[in-house]
Structure formats: C-alpha cells, structure tokens
Design a binder for this molecule. Structure first.
Ligand code: NAP
Length: 324
C-alpha cells in the first residue's frame, strides 16, 4: 500500500487507514474474533493506520484494538481520541487540562501501550480556550506519552489557533462525496498550517454503497436510524444520488465504496480516508481502492452527479458539537 505523510514532518501512514469504531458500537453487532481478524488482515495488507477513541463502546474499542496489536505494536500508527465523556446516555465534552491528562493515562492502559502515536481532541468545548487544551496535549508529547497531535471537527479558526501553539499533524473530520462542508474554509486552512485531513465516514456510514437498509428497519442501537439524512424524503433523495454513484462505479469496474475512497484519495496527497468495517470482505474490497487512479473525465462525471451540497439532511441529529 502506498503511504502519505500526516502534516509537516508527521507520521507516515498507509494511504487508507482502518476505522475500528463499528467493531464495538453504532453500526450493529460485531464479532470480536472477526474484528481482530480484520485488524490483522489490514496490517498484512499494509494498512498501518488504526483509528479508535476512548468513547467507542465506552472503552471496549480501545481494549479490542490493544488486544489485536499486542504482538504487532511496531507495525501500527495508533490513533485515539479524548473529549467525549459518557455517563449512561448523557454526553459532555471535556477539554480541560486535568481531564486530558487523566483521559490519556486511561487510554494508554486500555490500549496496553506506552505511547499513542496520534492523539486527537475528539470534540471541542468552546468554554475552554483551545490554547489551554493544546498546551496540555503538548505536555503529553514532552512526557513521551503521545507522539503527534490531532483535532476532530473543529473550524478553520480553531485549527489556526491550535497550530499556533504546536504543529497539528491531522484534522479528522467527516469528508466524503456526500459530506463536503469542510472544502470551503477548513480545507484551505489545513493546507495553510500544514495539517493533513483524515477523512472519517468516507463512504458516508455505508450510505454510498446502497447496502444500508431503510432507517425504520435498522435496530434502535444503530446510530444511522436517527441521522436526518436517512429520514423520509431526505432518504429517498439521497438514495437516488447513491444509485448514480453506483452506476458510475460499475461503468469503471469498481464498487461504490471503492469509487468513494478513490475520489477522496484524488482530492490531494494530504487526505487519508479511514473506512470502517468489521468484515474481511469489505476490508479487502476497500483496500483495493488505494491502487485506483480516477481519470479526469470520471472525476468530472462524479462532480456532475453529486455536486457539493447535493445531499439532503444533516449528518447528526444534533450538530451543536461540530464546528461546521
Ligand atoms: N472523529 C469522529 O468524530 C468520528 C466519527 C465517526 C467515525 N469516526 C472514525 O472513522 C471511521 C470510519 O467511519 P465510519 O465507520 O463512521 O463510516 P464509513 O467508513 O463511511 O462506513 C462504515 C459502514 O460502511 C460499511 N462498509 C464498509 N465498507 C463497505 C463496503 N465495501 N461495502 C459495503 N459496506 C461497507 C460498514 O459495514 P460493517 O459495519 O458491516 O463492516 C459500516 O457499516 C470509524 O470507524 C471511526 O474510527 C470518527
């Protein structure tokens, strides 16, 4: 697998990473054995960039990833996140220095490692100045607990302020053919300060593949059941767009997931998509997208079929925690 560098002087990672979130929560029930097999197969295929967070499965996902990599630690660029505290159904966003220090120690313990390669602030609480939070993250770098810093779902202004304190290797935000809100202001700011874009939900949580059942058929513990873009008329409109993506993919001998990933890779060397799956067959299909080069004609056809802003409905029921 070819590689990309995260930010100026940041870590070298595979052009496609692996999102591990769905192995623990949000997209139906996973099987631990198959999830671990997916992580091992990803490493065998050259995917070295693993993504987790302390809140995925309330710590379960970090433990699972830690277990999977315990004999292969040196092969992995390990990314995790802090900042979303969950107590039962209640979520708060915590960015204070004390919270960050404790969260980092807890993640290191669950992962079973002595260093996190890329540590992201998962969500920002504007009540805490970003400089204070990044200052606490820099302290973790000085202590050797963290190698590189990242942020998730922050605005261009927050990113600039953070990067003035310390280099930010990566901004992880939702980015796909169906979610392009960051292209206007955040993308140019990231380039300006030398921060790579790690594209999460790069196949729009499965929506782009056309395999996602209608929202009312999804179980209550599937996050997608409640996403506004999967509801009613929005869902119908968006399914028609996804069908267009599938048609174009088929004409190029690709699956819709592969085309969606190849489109992101074509947006610049500073974009690293992290598709998520708990299944070997999807992993192998997705990895093949890293060697696809899309022609200018095909990119133009896609742009006509799914222009920025074509998708209807928000991606989260509550957009207040994302700075977009
Ligand atoms: N920073 C943040 O706030 C944030 C938010 C969300 C996610 N993330 C990270 O980003 C990663 C990826 O995003 P995501 O998992 O939300 O969305 P995604 O990668 O766009 O989509 C994942 C969904 O698509 C399905 N899928 C994957 N490959 C497929 C294929 N080739 N054909 C058909 N279906 C396929 C998966 O199915 P199965 O589940 O059946 O395998 C899963 O349901 C996560 O794992 C997580 O690490 C970060």
């Amino acid at each position: 697998m070819n590689t990309r560098t995260l930010g100026k002087g940041g870590p070298e990672v595979s052009a496609l990473g692996l999102g591990c979130m769905g192995m623990s929560e949000f997209y139906g029930t996973g099987d631990e054995k198959e999830s671990i097999a997916v992580i091992h197969r990803a490493l065998d295929l050259g995917v070295n960039f693993l993504d987790t967070a302390d809140m995925y499965g309330m710590g379960h996902n970090e433990k699972l990833v830690g277990q999977a990599i315990k004999d292969r630690r040196e092969e992995v660029v390990l990314a995790t996140k802090f900042g979303v505290r969950r107590e039962g159904a209640v979520r708060t966003i915590e960015n204070s220095p004390e919270y960050i220090r404790a969260a980092c120690d807890a993640s290191l313990r669950r992962l079973g490692v002595d260093r996190i390669d890329l540590y992201y602030m998962h969500r920002r609480n504007p009540a805490v100045p970003i400089e204070e939070s990044v200052g606490a993250m820099v302290e973790l770098v000085r202590q050797g607990k963290v190698a590189y810093l990242g942020l998730s779902e922050v605005s261009a202004e927050t990113l600039r302020r953070a990067a003035a304190v310390h280099p930010i290797a990566a901004l992880q935000s939702e980015y796909s053919l169906f979610t392009r809100g960051l292209e206007a202001e955040i993308r140019p700011a990231a380039r300006e300060v030398g921060t790579a874009l790690v594209a999460y939900s790069p196949i729009s949580r499965g929506l782009l593949t056309g395999t996602l059942p209608p929202a009312d058929e999804l179980p209550d513990d599937d996050f997608r059941k409640f996403a506004p873009r999967n509801q009613g008329e929005n869902a119908e409109h968006n399914a028609a767009l996804a069908a267009e993506v599938r048609r174009i993919a088929e004409s190029a001998g690709l699956t819709a997931a592969q085309l969606s990933l190849a489109w992101l890779l074509a947006q610049g060397d500073d974009v690293v998509p992290i598709p998520g799956t708990k299944r070997l067959k999807y992993l192998e299909e997705n990895v093949a997208a890293a060697s696809v080069t899309l022609s200018a004609e095909l990119l133009a056809e896609l742009e006509r079929a799914v222009p920025a802003g074509a998708v209807r409905g928000e991606r989260y029921p509550d957009m207040s925690s994302v700075e977009l």
